[in-house]
Design a protein. Structure first.
Length: 119
């Protein structure tokens, strides 16, 4: 079993429960010492835009922003699908600290070396 965990998220403000859960799972993996990365595509790219995560909360009361802050503090890569972001007028300058725009090729490279959790 690999020590690499890749969490792929495709929803954001359109599904706050699932979005918050994905960030939580990435946080747990990082806390367990796994080499963790978070890949955001489709609506999930909105989470990487500064100021958006503060408005995303799960029904349990968990805040996406709290989990995102943890991922940033522990240097977990937050990878944002470039075409998905650009189609939503999000630029690299709009992203939160630690987030970077990447292509699908990066997703494939990481997925081939990781245990993948997709939400």
């Amino acid at each position: 079993m690999t020590e690499n965990v890749l969490v792929i998220l495709s929803c954001g403000t359109d599904n706050p429960n699932r979005a918050t859960r994905a960030l939580f799972i990435a946080m747990v993996a990082a806390k367990k010492g796994k080499n963790t990365a978070l890949f955001l595509l489709d609506e999930a790219v909105l989470i990487a835009k500064r100021g958006i995560a503060t408005h995303i909360k799960a029904a349990t009361g968990d805040s996406a922003d709290d989990h995102l802050v943890f991922l940033q503090e522990f240097n977990v890569p937050i990878l944002v699908c470039t075409p998905c972001a650009e189609s939503r007028q999000i630029t690299e300058a709009d992203l939160v600290k630690g987030a970077q725009m990447v292509t699908g090729a990066e997703l494939i490279d990481l997925a081939c070396k990781s245990t993948v959790i997709s939400l």
